[in-house]
Design a protein around this ligand. Structure first.
Ligand SMILES: Cc1cc2nc3c(=O)[nH]c(=O)nc-3n(C[C@H](O)[C@H](O)[C@H](O)COP(=O)(O)OP(=O)(O)OC[C@H]3O[C@@H](n4cnc5c(N)ncnc54)[C@H](O)[C@@H]3O)c2cc1C
Length: 287
């Protein structure tokens, strides 16, 4: 439970963090809230030679109204997401899910960007990014690029953020007044989900990706701990977009999934849970 030795540098701004990443290359790892990276280091599953601490970079901690979307800085703590009045009004699903991450200690330190870049299929917030069609803003040596959440999670604990890049902002469409539901099946309140899901009904915002579309956002169904990456439930999302009932959406929620079997649940039981939980979340969303 003691990590290997490492050097430590604190970055004061996003620009300084990028310069440090360019200087130290593959030997360095960014440290945000440390609530995923430090456990990996203690288990010696990660042994970075240098940590670049971005935990106090104030210019990446904000929740701003971007007109048709909400812009959230990657260093925004789960607690600030949980208690944001902007989110309560325009994207209540995200605030609600943040309130179910771990316990108060975890929510006071952990960041939305760290959770997304870590890309753990068992984590809760990626399901919101997928269900709401969020846009990731990634900054690197050659500037800024944007990516839809659906293209962000590439493999087990692997995302599209390169070793010399920072996730700087996440843009969520506004879903003001639209229905939503979240279900998390776990044994104790502070535990990770054995299975979870986010259901977002259609809204009027745009995805903030700069494509100028004003036709509204479709909503989707996303699953927690049902595969090797955070994932959309494709058939359930199609059903939602075709106006199917909550029962019909739930019935196809596990199609195409290959969930893990472990101490907590066999794969078949996880698929059963996904169907039940998605139906409940879709019902809560008014579908
Ligand atoms: C006891 C415990 C219980 C938990 N329970 C839950 C739970 O129920 N649900 C849940 O969803 N999560 C849970 N978590 C995880 C928690 O949400 C973490 O805070 C989150 O996963 C990681 O955020 P972080 O800021 O701590 O990231 P860190 O651990 O600092 O970093 C994680 C990874 O992301 C990289 N990184 C961080 N920020 C950036 C960035 N801006 N750009 C590029 N790379 C970056 C780091 O280099 C590292 O590889 C739990 C954690 C603990 C310790």
């Amino acid at each position: 439970m003691i990590p290997a030795g490492f050097a430590y540098t604190r970055a004061a701004s996003a620009a300084e963090a990028l310069a440090l990443l360019a200087e130290y290359g593959d030997e360095a790892k960014l440290l945000a809230g440390g609530h995923s990276l430090l456990p990996l280091m203690k288990l010696r599953l990660a042994q970075p030679e240098r940590l670049i601490d971005i935990g106090e970079v104030a210019d990446l901690s904000y929740i701003n109204d971007g007109g048709d979307h909400l812009a959230i800085g990657a260093l925004t703590r789960h607690r600030d997401v949980e208690h944001s009045s902007l989110l309560a009004e325009h994207l209540p699903l995200l605030a609600h899910v943040a309130s179910h991450v771990g316990d108060p200690q975890v929510r006071n330190r952990g960041t939305i960007g760290g959770s997304l870049v870590h890309g753990d299929p068992a984590s809760d917030l990626p399901s919101v990014a997928l269900a709401t069609g969020a846009t990731m803003v990634i900054t690197g040596p050659s500037g800024e690029r944007t990516l839809p959440a659906a293209d962000f999670f590439e493999g087990f604990l692997e995302t599209a953020v390169g070793a010399d890049e920072l996730l700087t902002e996440i843009r969520f469409p506004k879903y003001t007044g639209a229905g939503w539901g979240f279900q998390k099946f776990n044994r104790r309140a502070q535990d990770w989900a054995i299975v979870g899901c986010s259901v977002q009904a259609a809204g009027n915002g745009s995805n903030g990706g700069g494509n100028g579309s004003a036709g509204g956002v479709a909503g989707a169904v996303a699953l927690v701990n049902m595969g090797s990456t955070p994932m959309l439930a494709s058939d359930a999302t199609d059903a939602l977009r075709q106006g199917s009932s909550a029962a019909e959406i739930g019935a196809v929620a596990a199609e195409g999934t290959e969930p893990p079997s472990d101490l907590h649940a066999q794969a078949a039981y996880r698929q059963h849970l996904a169907r039940v939980l998605v139906q409940r979340a879709a019902t809560a969303a008014g579908l």
